[in-house]
Write a protein that binds this ligand. Structure first.
Ligand SMILES: [Zn+2]
Length: 365
């Protein structure tokens, strides 16, 4: 069982991101929603909207801000972004100060009023976090919890969409009670659906779509919305696109998923593990993930668990799971990839300790 190669200890995109590609195996960074992380790497920029309608909200508001700016794990906040940024501050029901780009905040107030007319109450948990704020968090947490913790849970400054002031995390107020913990908010899918149905009319998109983790690099987040202006929002929603796909930065693709049969793991267990893989592939620039298949219960042996623990050192994993993936390598030669090649049955090994999150331990042939 001498498989590959790169040891990467990480939880996934709900909690992580990593830039481990064979060409650039580097320390992984990870993150939690509270501090959305990004990888390092130069921004690749975007290549223009696919659509004919490239008018941005800036045209309508007179603001110099590019409301279609792409900031993700591969694309940093543009230099000088803050020069043109005008923000407002508000205090949410929890007493927190929240800073938002001016036009986006006006749009949020309209959205909020629209939702209230339907008996749905939302508030802003978090909107703008400056690069400097993020750096302070990194410094403070490094001192308190160490580098490994920070690499795993804290965003790399510069690569969070929250830097723009255009991204907002909503929370709910249900029967007079604030509901703001991620796990708790996930319990209200019908409310989120009703919210999502109203976003486009006010110029917002749902940013991290279910099933598009391989493109966005993030697990599904029903609360994270992004202001892009009403024209683009309507088209993005109607076509079911990610912002990356709309801008032509990444081809919008589906991943074929095969759960196989397992008496060990539920579909949910597998989805959590596959989310990690998809988010990782999102930062392998130029690679296109086509399929993920559960490798079967036969791979979940004591020997393989021992192997995970050997690679993971003191992680004390209690469960192991394997997936096989097909993906296409970058069209242009990059790193150690064979250029423009379909890789099939590439293995992914993940492990977790009881009650913990899956971590990608190793991958390769
Ligand atoms: Zn967010």
């Amino acid at each position: 069982m001498a498989l590959a190669l790169t040891l990467s200890l990480l939880t996934g995109c709900g909690g992580s991101a990593g830039t481990a590609s064979p060409s650039a195996a580097q320390p992984e960074s990870a993150q939690q929603e509270s501090a959305e992380a990004e990888t390092e790497g130069a921004g690749t920029g975007t290549q223009g909207a696919e659509s004919g309608d490239t008018q941005t909200a800036a045209d309508q508001t007179g603001s110099a801000i590019d409301y279609l700016v792409l900031v993700n794990r591969l694309n940093a906040l543009p230099d000088n972004w803050e020069d043109d940024l005008e923000t407002v501050h508000m205090t949410n029901s929890l007493g927190d100060d929240v800073e938002v780009e001016r036009t986006a905040y006006d749009a949020y107030l309209e959205l909020k009023a629209d939702l209230e007319a339907q008996g749905i109450y939302v508030d802003l948990d978090s909107a703008r976090r400056s690069v400097a704020d993020q750096q302070r968090i990194v410094d403070e947490f490094t001192e308190k919890y160490g580098e490994e913790y920070v690499a795993r849970y804290v965003a790399v400054p510069g690569y969070s969409e929250h830097h723009t002031g255009l991204a907002m995390d909503l929370y709910l107020n249900i029967d007079g009670q604030d509901v703001y913990e991620n796990e708790d908010m996930m319990e209200y899918p019908e409310i989120w659906s009703a919210i999502h149905a109203r976003l486009a009319d006010h110029g917002f998109i749902l940013r991290y779509l279910k099933g598009r983790e391989h493109i966005t690099g993030y697990s599904y987040e029903p609360w994270h919305i992004r202001y892009v202006g009403t024209g683009p929002a309507a088209e993005i929603a109607a076509r079911g696109l990610t912002l990356e796909g709309y801008l032509g930065a990444v081809r919008e693709t589906e991943v074929a998923v095969d759960y196989g049969n397992s008496s060990l793991y539920t579909t949910e267990d597998m989805e959590e593990a596959m989310d990690q893989i998809k988010c990782r592939m999102a930062v392998w620039e130029g690679c296109e993930l086509h399929s993920l298949s559960y490798a079967g219960d036969a791979a979940c042996t004591e020997d393989n668990l021992a192997w995970m623990n050997e690679l993971g050192e003191d992680k004390n994993y209690t469960e192991v799971i394997e997936f096989l993936s097909d993906f296409h390598s970058p069209v242009e030669a990059a790193g150690s990839w064979a250029a423009d090649t379909e890789y099939t049955n590439w293995q992914w090994w993940l492990a977790r300790s009881k009650g913990g999150d899956w971590e990608i331990v190793t991958f390769g042939y």
